[in-house]
Write a new protein. Structure first.
Length: 146
């Protein structure tokens, strides 16, 4: 059985292992201070938010997200799902789908008008799920590192 909920203080080690897995998946590195800062922000739960998926009581996946104003939809906020990662041994068991549903419910409860996210074009496994739960709108992402 999969349950979705906020990260508890006791989830720190499991969360960090999954977040490090996410960072490694995208072939990036991050200093330990980034994990400490992110954990602090997720525990405060004010500007950025996190949910954990528990499979048989163990943290099996995480997602990080936040809201922001939409310039093209008056008086509304949208929710951006920034990170989603499932433990390798839990893949194919509905954890990713449950996490997306958890963020969707969270965003609806707060009156957001849209939930969106990005993934790499080559992330075929994740895109199989994303194509089932959301609409691909054909946007291409650009970035300038500062």
């Amino acid at each position: 059985m999969i349950t979705i909920g906020r990260l508890a203080a006791s989830d720190r080690e499991a969360w960090e292992a999954l977040f490090r897995g996410y960072i490694a998946f995208y072939q990036r590195t991050a200093p330990d201070s980034m994990y400490a800062r992110a954990w602090e922000k997720f525990q405060a739960d004010t500007t950025v938010h996190a949910l954990a998926a528990r499979l048989d009581g163990q943290v099996a996946g995480i997602t990080h997200f936040f809201t922001h104003l939409s310039t093209s939809a008056p008086d509304s906020e949208v929710c951006y799902l920034q990170d989603l990662f499932t433990a390798p041994e839990a893949r194919g068991k509905g954890v990713g789908r449950a996490l997306i549903a958890g963020v969707t419910d969270w965003a609806k409860e707060r009156g957001c008008t849209r939930l969106y996210w990005h993934t790499q074009e080559s992330n075929a496994t994740a895109r199989l799920l994303y194509d089932q739960v959301a609409d691909y709108r054909g946007f291409i992402s650009y970035q300038i590192d500062l």
